[in-house]
Design a protein around this ligand. Structure first.
Ligand code: PLP
Length: 450
């Protein structure tokens, strides 16, 4: 079937996520990805594009990785899927053990699901039920950061707030305590970095203390709020939240769906501030970005609160059909092996290399703030650097930059006026050069035109 025929069927039958379908294909040409080679995606007309956002932040080692492909094929010769309800299964057992081995010390129990949002839903229900079962039923609310994004299921979206995305669901959301996002660039006080860091830590700690009596858990993305625009938190912020949580018997849930598996320069972001959360959510890169595998990890302390005689009703009544999918677990095991042996040792040099490549972009006239943590990068484009005046949203500057990058053979996806670079942790340095060169050219072409 040729591209035109496929596009006709796409228009007739597909409903794309986060997409105004009345404009789909009308404004910008639609690429139909047909295959991949390493870090490149190839469309139905044979054009190659560097995958600059890791296929929505999940790809780790590139595409068609021999070790991952072999693991999938070998598993297909055994079993693709069987349930964890009432049965166990080899690959799920081994992946649970191997995840515990690489997770922050103390996270010893693994509950599998199949998406970032489900990993977060599991965490919310686990935290809520935990507090009831340890005799603190009044601790039933959650604290989250402003502009947080934890997924699109109703529980996960209750934690975040985007007026634009969530207006239609406002009545479905539960009440959440919101702490300000520790985002220095948009703070009108323009404090020096150290003062801002101390103030942000102090504010969130005070909020946790104030609401401690009713808080089941604090839920946050550690180090970087991804979908909020790659907001890099000041040093010490995560550790301060962890301390306040400990002091007030509030659980700490770290959503590492975006930050996990090398993305911030270490296996998990929490490690960088020596924090072991009570609950950790992982998805996206867990399977190397191949298959929908997610996990919610917790401690023996939390797990222990769910033990009892059946009639006591302490069971965690939650599960999904594809919980612990064997094919996904087999590929995830292969991915973890490659991460440990090949990717993590090379990461510090790769992160430094990316930092050096980005230096010239900091000087561009319309790059207001350039944020990098590991391989997560957000470049906030502004109309006026001195006043930090944003480009009007209606101008869709971020989107236009990403479309321009395609002309240089690179796929990018913006977050409003923030151009995101999210190379796969396994991407070699020569391809990081290609990625940054294309982003640079595209930003200049769109923001400095006329
Ligand atoms: N949590 C975070 C921090 C995310 O960035 C995302 C997705 O971008 C999610 C949760 C939701 O993951 P999924 O799209 O797999 O449901």
């Amino acid at each position: 079937m040729n591209t035109a025929e496929l596009l006709e069927l796409d228009r007739r039958h597909l409903w794309h996520p986060f997409t105004q379908m009345s404009l789909w294909g009308a404004e910008d040409p639609v690429l139909v990805i047909d295959r991949a080679e390493g870090f490149h995606l190839v469309d139905t007309d044979g054009n190659r594009y560097l995958d600059g956002v890791s296929s929505l932040w999940c790809n780790v080692h590139g595409h068609r990785v021999p070790e991952l492909d072999d693991a999938a094929r070998a598993q297909l010769n055994r079993v693709a899927h069987s349930t964890l309800l009432g049965l166990s299964q080899t690959e799920a057992i081994l992946l649970a053990k191997e995840l515990v081995d690489v997770a922050p010390r103390g996270l010893t129990r693994v509950f599998f699901s199949d998406a970032g949002a489900t990993a977060v839903e599991v965490a919310l229900k686990m935290a809520a039920q935990y507090q009831v079962q340890v005799g603190r039923p009044e601790k039933r609310r959650f604290l989250a950061l402003a502009e947080a994004y934890h997924g699109d299921t109703v529980g996960a979206l209750s934690l975040g707030y985007s007026d634009w995305f969530h207006r239609a669901f406002a009545h479905l959301k539960f009440d959440v305590v919101t702490a300000p996002a520790p985002h220095a660039y948009r703070d009108p006080r323009r404090l020096p970095p150290e003062e801002f860091a101390a103030d942000a830590a102090e504010r969130v700690s005070r909020l946790i203390a104030t609401h401690a009596d009713t808080l089941a858990a604090v839920v946050m993305e550690p180090l970087v709020q991804g979908a909020a625009g790659m907001l890099v938190h000041p040093p010490g912020y995560l550790a301060a939240v962890a301390r306040a949580c400990r002091a007030h018997e509030v659980l700490l849930v770290c959503d590492e769906v975006a930050t996990g598996f090398g993305r911030t320069g270490t296996m998990f972001a929490c490690e960088q501030e020596g924090v072991v959360p009570d609950i950790l959510c992982a998805a996206k890169g867990l399977s190397g970005g191949y298959l929908p595998v997610a996990a919610t990890l917790t401690t023996e302390r939390v797990f222990g609160a769910f033990l009892g005689a059946f009639h006591e009703g302490k069971t965690f009544f939650h599960g999904h059909t594809f919980t612990g999918n064997a094919l996904g677990c087999a590929v995830s095991r292969a991915s973890l092996r490659l991460l440990r042996e090949r990717v993590l040792p090379a990461l510090p040099a790769r992160v430094q290399h990316l930092h050096r490549l980005l230096e010239p972009l900091r000087a561009l006239r319309h790059v207001g703030d350039l944020r990098q943590r590991g391989l997560m990068v957000g470049m906030e484009l502004v109309r006026d650097r001195a006043t930090r005046e944003p480009f009007p949203m209606a101008d869709r500057v971020g989107h236009r930059v990403c479309m321009a990058a395609r002309r240089h053979g690179v796929i990018l996806r913006p977050l409003g006026n923030v151009v995101v670079l999210m190379p796969a942790p396994g991407m070699p340095e020569a391809l990081l050069d290609t990625l940054v060169t294309a982003a640079h050219a595209a930003i200049v072409a769109i923001t400095e035109a006329a």
